[in-house]
Design a protein around this ligand. Structure first.
Ligand code: TEU
Ligand code: CA
Length: 575
């Protein structure tokens, strides 16, 4: 391709297949359903689709537990329907990233079925086993993300196996070159079918930071009532770059791909190391710092212990990553996905100012340097839900946390439900609302998870028809990235860092000698108040052009002494 960095100008749309569109009335989204809605994506203007897993799976974690990496789960369709979907995407100029889940497999994968039979089975070394402590207890006190211990007993071999997530998701042993070779073969299988790249699930867990002698540290018990997954103990091991460089040399460099590595607790140093174009391995990472600002202890202590977001923390975090990767690597830009609550409920105002704040959040995100990711329904301004009963929720993480917190740790069910309403993953997994017909046109059957009750007001048909909708705003925002190189290559610089409600930054693109640099200003009001913005004196500007905004252009000087309206966003070209 003429521009090998096409992924820097792309906008990616994430589809969670179970909740996108059901074509056969079983209440579960599927591949033909996706194919039937590709024109929605074309209209939105996205360049790439990231498809969450559709491989064969017992669905213990909705497909993030894979039992055959080369087969399509019957719930989602057939390989022929996959091929048709891919052809229809390519026909529309839309590329496809698959979700590569290789930190762990399903316990129903043939590899694990063999491995657990005996300690000298040829597949035994594909997984991570440990003997019990002298008293028979698990090797460490670590907690898994989806239930008690990360260690599950295996009777046939008299030892424990590691699973950072559910007991049906045994971690794979990347220290074993034979296992790594199997992963690379799986990648070639999909790339040879024409797939354009991968999102790599918890990829910074594939090298575990364990002691060289194999001994494992116990976790410091920082007791809240909630689960505290031992991520910090199993992320970012010493061989991560080595493994991913090997993957790049053996597979990725032989194809024209886009790659993003999901990396909970990734540090900035890793961001630079792993995304360096020459010495790195992947195009970009999903780092989690900005996702952990509104909970006590983030991933280490669990996301359920809530605390209010301070905008200055968000500004500091985003600015650190923008500055660190400028001309060194590349950022992903995201505010939500299938694991995170809806941004307009989490960071905006999902009541009176839902539309304005959804547009503001999009402007804040897409104005920065990196590849933006739009999660299904984000383009509609979809909100969280608050189902009354734990029985309304399907997510293994929600259900197991609720059981442990209320039954084993005596927490107040009302307090636990409040955390679920704020941070539960099913907030993002309510079925995509297409129109105002029964079940919002998602299914003719009974949806696997209840719809958001506000679908009569928030659905794709309404959004496409309404010129002032969040959807139409996203279309204009996405199109700008293709037209204005400053949005792709311009240097980011934070302004007014200490302002508690305004997030303002510039993007500056140097032109040829003698030509003045092009400078854009993005100002976002993260509040329902009307704070005044004053362009700092060290940013030279005598005027500006309104490039985009979620309100009509203001009267008078937009740069000095200008009050922003509630949740207002302005994208201005300075001159
Ligand atoms: O998520 C990895 C991860 O960090 C999760 O702990 C996620 O952030 C958490 O559930 C939020 O509370 C990936 C997938 O995105 C997730 O859907 C899977 O459940 C998980 O890995 C295991 O494959
Ligand atoms: Ca279906």
């Amino acid at each position: 391709r003429p521009d090998r960095d096409w992924w820097k100008q792309s906008v990616v749309y994430q589809i969670y297949p179970r909740s996108f569109c059901d074509s056969n009335g079983d209440g579960i989204g599927d591949l033909p359903g996706i194919t039937s809605k590709l024109d929605h994506l074309k209209l939105l203007g996205v360049d790439v689709v990231w498809l969450s897993p559709v491989y064969a799976s017992p669905q213990d974690d909705n497909g993030y537990d894979i039992s055959d990496y080369r087969a399509i789960a019957p719930e989602f369709g057939t390989m022929a329907e996959f091929d048709e979907m891919l052809a229809q995407m390519h026909a529309r100029g839309i590329r496809l990233m698959m979700d590569l889940v290789v930190n762990h497999s399903s316990d129903e994968h043939a590899w694990f079925q063999e491995a657990r039979k005996s300690r000298d089975n040829p597949y035994h070394g594909y997984y991570l086993w440990r003997d019990p402590k002298a008293d028979g207890s698990p090797p460490t006190n670590w907690e898994a993300a989806f239930n008690g211990s990360v260690w599950e007993w295996n009777e046939a071999t008299g030892e424990y196996y590691l699973h950072m997530f559910s007991r049906k998701q045994p971690d794979l042993n990347w220290e074993n070159p034979a296992l790594r070779a199997e992963v690379y073969d799986v990648m070639r299988f999909w790339l040879d079918k024409g797939v354009d790249g991968f999102r790599m699930d918890v990829i910074n867990m594939v090298s575990k930071p364990w002691n060289a002698d194999g001994s494992l540290p116990d976790a410091p018990v920082v007791r809240g009532g909630f689960l505290q997954p031992g991520f910090a103990l199993t992320c970012n091991g010493p061989r991560l770059l080595e493994f991913l460089r090997e993957m790049r040399e053996q597979v990725l460099d032989h194809y024209d791909t886009i790659t993003v590595g999901e990396a909970p607790l990734a540090t900035i140093t890793q961001g630079r190391e792993l995304t360096n174009p020459e010495t790195g391995a992947l195009n970009m990472l999903f780092q989690f710092e900005h996702m952990d600002l509104d909970s006590v202890g983030g991933h280490v202590n669990g996301k359920w212990a809530l605390k209010p977001l301070d905008l200055r923390d968000l500004k500091a975090t985003m600015t650190r990553w923008q500055d660190a990767l400028y001309q060194q690597g590349w950022n992903s830009l995201y505010l939500n996905n299938h694991d995170q609550p809806r941004p307009v409920s989490r960071f905006g105002d999902d009541g009176r100012y839902r539309v304005a704040s959804a547009k503001m959040l999009a402007t804040f995100l897409h104005g920065m340097q990196g590849t933006p990711y739009v999660y299904q329904g984000e383009e509609l301004g979809m909100t969280n839900v608050a189902f009354p009963s734990i029985d309304d929720y399907q997510d293994i993480e929600i259900r197991n946390m609720y059981r442990v917190a209320t039954e084993e740790r005596g927490m107040d069910p009302a307090e636990v439900m409040a955390s679920i309403h704020a941070k539960g993953r099913d907030n993002a997994r309510t079925p995509m609302p297409w129109d105002t017909s029964a079940n919002a046109g998602f299914t003719t059957g009974t949806p696997w998870l209840k719809l958001n009750p506000n679908y009569p007001q928030i659905n794709a048909a309404q959004a496409v028809a309404d010129p002032a909708s969040v959807f139409q705003y996203y279309r204009r925002l996405i199109a700008m990235r293709r037209v204005h190189p400053v949005l792709v290559h311009g240097r980011y610089a934070l302004l007014v860092p200490d302002h508690p409600q305004l997030y303002a930054y510039t993007r500056t693109l140097s032109k040829g000698a003698g030509e003045p640099a092009e400078c854009w200003l993005v100002v976002c009001n993260f509040s329902g108040d009307t704070p005044v913005f004053d362009l700092p004196a060290d940013v030279p500007a005598s005027g500006c052009d309104w490039m985009l905004g979620n309100y009509p252009p203001c009267e008078g000087d937009a740069l000095h002494g200008s009050p922003l309206r509630p949740w207002e966003a302005r994208m201005l070209r300075l001159h």
